[in-house]
Design a protein. Sequence first.
Length: 229
Amino acid sequence: MSELLVQSQTGRTLLGMYRLLLDHFGTQSWWPWETTLEIMIGAVLTQNTNWANVEKAIHNLKEHGLLSVEALNALSPDELAKEIRPAGYFNVKAKRLKNLIRFLFERYEGSLTELAGEETGNLREQLLAVNGIGPETADSILLYSLGRPVFVVDAYTHRILLRHGMADEQVDYHALQGMFMDNLPEDVRLFNEFHALIVRTGKEYCKKKPLCSDCPLVHWDQPPILPEY
């Protein structure tokens, strides 16, 4: 990636965080699936579960020839739930997936090409109006599936920035997202890698009981502030 230029102190601080994590972990290359539809499905299935379980569920769909919008549209919620059972909360997630597929047909005649042609802001509003699609899922679809420069934030993002004095307990999704999007270049690859690196840091180091002395962010400009949990 070419050298990224930022103007604000917040941007320089965030970019320092990014470089430390990239140097430590290397490129993450998210997400591992092959098609736009697989990534959209994964964005819904990954709620409250881990990658391994999502991969099993997507493998089931692929093995049974169900990885098309037409096939998913034809399935009943119960049939879909059976296929995605490894992802957990399968009845709830089946309904959410059906809602997403229904939206795709109602708005874009089932065409992922038509969906991809929609303006980012409008599409984000439409996705958020789908029952069961929250900001993190909508933004994951936009960034990872459609290649839009939208930063995805999650619980790990909040925890890390909170502990380093860059966010407070009450900060909401929009404010956290704005911290990144208002202070960093609109670069899809940067946003993709940065989010993936934050997730990995949260899983391996910035846990509820953190491993600060081993964390790559121990050398970050911001001193860690550890709230009680």
